[in-house]
Design a protein around this ligand. Structure first.
Ligand code: ZN
Length: 325
């Protein structure tokens, strides 16, 4: 299947899709309660009615996560590393059509922001709603570095007229309706894995080679978490994980932190990034989530939905494994 994702860019992109194992929510409660108990001192997983995500503390662009939930994995680190492919610009506006003809769609997740708009490479916290009549309610934020040495950066909300992103993206797309979701509440991290890895590895342990994908939002309500912001594209090729880490700008973001993204227990052969969350707060901070640096007081509350399908768009033909953390 091929599609035109942004009339403006007039690009035909290859799209593959794969059904995901979508267990009942009650079953996931048992699997995650057990799996997360080795990662956190306090674990409470249950099925709840999704709170209105447009309100405090979430600040998302649609009420809920329900209605035809899908994961989408766009492009990938091979378009950033070792050197950037600037022609890898994508658009959100037709994404619902690509993912099975969904008319009204809510998209959240992690990706690289639209560099032509930002004037530089940047982190993107996707958070937008596309209505049936083609209107966009865009609350997507981008974090861009102004001065690496001084650690200066900005966080801004993209206007409704800017619905592009670049290079790579991992998104949850749904109809954005209220419905039943998983609430995952954990306190005091006692394991080495970050919150997302702990969820993902719990699923992998239980479901083995059956891919279970989830997406949603989590709040880290106390403490700090290590994040990065990508600087502008490197002129020097970044060939190794070490080159990449020397290039990235790392800092500790202050809670309360709102993180959006996706995870999948195992890659069903689509060259996926198996987990990816980006965060923002209301104090002008944003970036790519790594892990909390205050495990003693860490408190996470997530609202997640399992997805029915994964769509793989514009999979790199020449791939590598650098930069998937
Ligand atoms: Zn990222």
């Amino acid at each position: 299947m091929a599609c035109t994702l942004e009339p403006l860019l007039n690009t035909e992109l290859p799209v593959e899709s794969h059904p995901l194992h979508c267990p009942p929510l009650d079953e996931l409660v048992g699997v995650l309660s057990k799996g997360l108990s080795s990662a956190f001192d306090f674990v409470d997983v249950k099925v709840v009615d999704c709170p209105n995500l447009t309100l405090e503390p979430f600040h998302l662009s649609s009420e809920g996560l329900s209605g035809s939930p899908r994961l989408i994995d766009f492009g990938g680190p091979p378009y950033l590393l070792p050197t950037v492919k600037r022609d890898k610009l994508y658009g959100f506006s037709k994404l619902g059509e690509v993912c099975g003809g969904i008319k009204q769609s809510f998209i959240i997740g992690a990706g690289a922001g639209p560099w032509p708009y930002a004037g530089t490479n940047c982190e993107m916290m996707a958070n937008l709603k596309l209505t049936e009549d083609g209107k966009i309610n865009n609350k997507t934020r981008i974090a861009k570095l102004l001065n690496v040495e001084k650690g200066e950066f900005t966080l801004e909300i993209l206007p409704n007229s800017e619905s592009r992103f670049a290079l790579l993206g991992n998104f949850l797309l749904s109809e954005g309706k209220l419905g039943k979701v998983l609430k995952i509440h954990c306190k005091k991290r006692i394991g080495d894995d970050n919150f997302v890895t702990a969820i993902r590895s719990s699923l992998e342990k239980h479901y083995g080679s059956q891919p279970v994908g989830m997406g949603g939002v989590f709040i880290l309500s106390q403490g700090k978490a290590k994040h990065h912001i990508m600087p502008d594209f490197s002129i020097t090729p970044l060939k190794t994980e070490e080159d990449l880490n020397n290039w990235l700008f790392f800092y500790e973001m202050n809670a309360p932190i709102i993180s959006v993204g996706t995870l999948i227990s195992v890659d069903p052969g689509l060259d996926l990034r198996v987990q990816h969350f980006h965060s923002f707060n209301l104090n002008g901070e944003g970036g790519h989530y790594h892990y909390d640096t205050t495990p003693e007081i860490a408190e996470y509350t997530a609202y997640m939905t399992p997805a029915e399908f994964i769509y793989r768009v514009d999979k790199p033909t020449d791939t590598h494994n650098v930069g998937r953390d």
